[in-house]
Design a protein around this ligand. Structure first.
Ligand SMILES: NC(=O)c1ccc[n+]([C@@H]2O[C@H](COP(=O)([O-])OP(=O)(O)OC[C@H]3O[C@@H](n4cnc5c(N)ncnc54)[C@H](OP(=O)(O)O)[C@@H]3O)[C@@H](O)[C@H]2O)c1
Length: 265
């Protein structure tokens, strides 16, 4: 039986509930990884610069994926490198969500094992959708109450966030059924190691970055995933000079993503 992390109250160093609850029978959301890659499989340069190598159409597709999701998830590295708000900037998509009776933008979720988050980042000043932060007892005490004032903060015991439990909390406490993970590589690798990736959407751009030390969708070159993760292509198309490939975890009984996001015009 897994223990729930402690949920921090704002302006307090003490947990709001220390009572362990069973997560054994809980479900989790469908996890779609959404990445842009170069023809040689890189998601960024060796300097981990912000991912700006795809078209405006691709940026729009990302907004559409956000709009179709209940939550978006990213690691601290991506949130801070790209100074993401993780918000939904497209007004028409916010309006379309509202017309369906949904909140204007999906819940934003950030994970950080170290807890050394930058409170000056845009993610903490954006206020149009709730922010959830999953961290560990490594988060400095002085930051906890400040983060908890701006986000729902969950502190896991030990050194790493239990991603499976975090996803279950998102489903049970926040009603998240469809989640788009926007990276980065280290987070995706950690999810894949736990078999928590249900689908991958790749936008392949006809560029070649080269370089051993530029990350791929599973981060920097490292150990093989054991066992390797297999996915099957459910759809592919070419838009402009980019190729969009949708895949689903092999063995899954579903044949499409459980939410509608655009593909070709
Ligand atoms: N092309 C694309 O589509 C795309 C998409 C996303 C990102 N990127 C690029 O990728 C680069 C960032 O890569 P990255 O690997 O540093 O990103 P990342 O995975 O977002 O960030 C890594 C950090 O996230 C936290 N983290 C990762 N796995 C975790 C886990 N299992 N539990 C808790 N926290 C976890 C850790 O934060 P702590 O250090 O605080 O513990 C870790 O240092 C940037 O250049 C970005 O532009 C590209």
């Amino acid at each position: 039986m897994r223990k729930r992390p402690l949920k921090m109250k704002p302006d307090s160093h003490s947990p709001s509930s220390a009572k362990p609850l069973s997560l054994r029978d809980a479900k989790r959301p469908f996890v779609l990884a959404h990445f842009a890659v170069t023809a040689d499989g890189k998601i960024s340069t060796r300097a981990f610069t912000p991912a700006q190598f795809t078209s405006r159409a691709d940026k729009r597709r990302l907004q559409e994926a956000r709009a179709a999701a209940d939550a978006i998830l990213a690691g601290r590295g991506t949130v801070e490198t790209d100074n993401m708000s993780m918000g939904l900037s497209a007004k028409d998509l916010r309006e379309a969500r509202k017309a369906k009776g949904l909140p204007p933008a999906p819940i934003r979720v950030m994970v950080s094992n170290s807890g050394r988050v930058d409170l000056e980042g845009k993610v903490f000043s954006y206020s149009e959708s709730p922010l959830v932060v999953f961290s560990t007892s490594r988060m400095p005490e002085r930051l906890r109450s400040r983060v908890a004032r701006k986000a729902d903060l969950f502190i896991f015991p030990g050194k790493t966030v239990d991603l499976s439990a975090a996803l279950q909390i998102l489903r049970e406490d926040f009603g998240v059924k469809r989640l788009v993970c926007e990276g980065g590589g280290r987070l995706l690798r950690a999810l894949a190691e736990r078999d928590l990736v249900d689908g991958i959407r790749l936008t392949v751009a006809p560029k070649v970055f080269g370089g051993y030390s530029a990350p791929t969708i599973t981060g920097l070159p490292g150990d093989f995933l054991l066992p390797p993760q297999e996915f099957r292509i459910i759809r592919q198309s070419v838009e402009g000079d980019e190729c969009i490939i949708d895949t689903i975890r092999a063995g899954s009984r579903i044949s499409h993503f459980p939410f509608r996001i655009s593909h070709t015009k």
